[in-house]
Design a protein around this ligand. Structure first.
Ligand code: NDP
Length: 397
């Protein structure tokens, strides 16, 4: 039984609060804090069990420390934005409290997400005797655990790894992103990158495309090569991999809107002086686009995220696909959020459960694939994200 402090009351924070509340034997006392406390209260009102709320600017480290000292949690679950990661880690170090997040640190003025800033905290967390679990969402998160499972149970050696992420759902809006638009657009518009022959290979943004036949009736969809943060930790922890790539589906309509927005400069992250004030175009665009939380009741269809691996088992070559399918409407019925927030929030709560129940323990800063995948995968199904492994006839091209 432990007290938990959740920071961030967006789409993902809402799911984490619901899922922690469903498990009182692990999360005995829940505080949800965010920049706008009204959003925390709105979420608290949806949940049958009473949870506490608080206001905090997580970028203000002394304020964050005061909140942790007042709440006395065993763990801080950071589901605010990647910009807050280091500030919340500093507050956890100062107070000696465990830390978990779902996205790696990204500086505001540079669309470049890398683990180096957070990995640099390893020795300090170790000396303090506390643990940080990085990237406990779906991708990163479950995809790292799937990779560990394939290594442990399906292959003697994996040579090629492809993470595929499909949103086969629709919200009926002309253009909207499924999670924080600023973070989402920064991720998609950067140059593509993948790991091959022990080095990073770069591609122009969204310039490499394939078709992947998604299972259980979803069918063939166009997938585009992107850089995604779990590739960095997977390449580090599985140095024998010959290649690791990440792919995501986008509709033609989404890509057309994105192209126009990019061409007119609306996705830029540098400030522009307008009528005497500095405006960051991508932040202004975020203010115009639908709030991802508002898409919950509108979104229909399913997501499918998984890992395709090709390698050897008992001297024979094989290809296997491990995946989850999540239904947007079912997620909304359960926690009033669509599947993108659901598939991120459930693993965040399960990661915290692993830490609090002692199934995953360590001193320092860790990625998900560094722990035994079995206890995590045993509970992630019953918690809402069942998974399956199937053979594939051919490796990914
Ligand atoms: P939202 O934009 O919906 O929510 C972010 C929340 O953080 C908001 O409530 C916001 O407050 C709050 N916040 C922002 N800045 C601060 C601050 N300085 N102090 C306190 N609270 C703050 O984002 P999502 O819920 O969609 O995403 C949350 C996180 O999950 C992101 O880091 C995202 O990258 C990650 N993610 C990870 C995925 C994965 O699979 N690993 C997939 C999807 C998302 P306010 O309302 O006042 O703005």
């Amino acid at each position: 039984m432990a007290k938990v402090l959740i920071v961030g009351a967006g789409g993902v924070g809402q799911v984490v609060a619901h899922k922690c509340a469903q498990l009182p034997e692990v999360f005995s006392d829940i505080t949800l804090a965010s920049r706008t406390e009204a959003k925390c209260r709105k979420i608290a009102a949806q949940i049958e069990r009473p949870i506490r709320t608080a206001q905090v600017d997580a970028d203000d480290v002394p304020q964050m420390i005061r909140l942790i000292e007042r709440v006395q949690p065993k763990i801080v679950i950071n589901v605010a934005l990647p910009y807050q990661d280091l500030h919340i880690m500093d507050a956890c170090l100062a107070t000696g409290v465990d830390y978990l997040d779902t996205a790696n640190y990204e500086p505001l003025d540079e669309a470049k997400f890398e683990y180096k800033w957070q990995w640099a905290y390893h020795d300090r967390f170790k000396e303090k005797g506390i643990m940080a679990l990085l990237g406990s969402g779906f991708d990163p998160g479950v995809t790292n655990v799937y990779t560990a499972h394939l290594h442990k149970h399906e292959f003697d050696e994996i040579e090629y790894l492809d993470i595929v992420d499909a949103n086969a759902g629709s919200h009926g809006q002309p253009f909207a992103t499924n999670f924080n638009p600023e973070i989402n657009i920064r991720e998609i518009t950067q140059r593509g990158r993948f790991w091959e022959k022990n080095a990073w290979q770069e591609t122009d943004p969204l310039s490499v495309k394939r078709t992947f036949d998604f299972p259980e009736g979803i069918g063939p969809m166009n997938i585009y090569l992107l850089y995604h943060e779990e590739l960095e930790s997977i390449a580090r922890h599985y140095p024998k991999l010959k290649r690791a790539r990440f792919w995501m589906t986008f509709s033609e309509n989404y890509l057309n809107h994105l192209r126009v927005l990019q061409n007119v400069g609306m996705t830029r992250i540098e400030p522009v002086r307008f009528q005497g004030v500095d405006i960051v175009p991508i932040q202004f665009l975020k203010a115009l686009l639908p709030d991802p939380a508002s898409l919950g009741p509108l979104t229909k269809g399913r997501t499918c995220i998984g890992v395709v691996a090709t390698g050897t088992r008992g001297g024979k070559r094989k290809t296997a696909f491990i995946y989850n399918i999540c239904d947007h409407e079912a997620a909304y019925r359960e926690v009033k959020s669509q599947a993108i927030s659901y598939t991120t929030g459930v693993p965040a709560a399960v990661g915290a459960e692993m830490m609090l129940t002692g199934k995953w323990r360590g001193k320092g800063v860790f990625n998900m694939e560094q722990f035994d995948p079995d206890p995590f995968l045993e509970v992630i199904g019953p918690r809402g994200l069942p998974w399956k492994v199937v053979p594939l006839d051919a490796p990914m091209e």
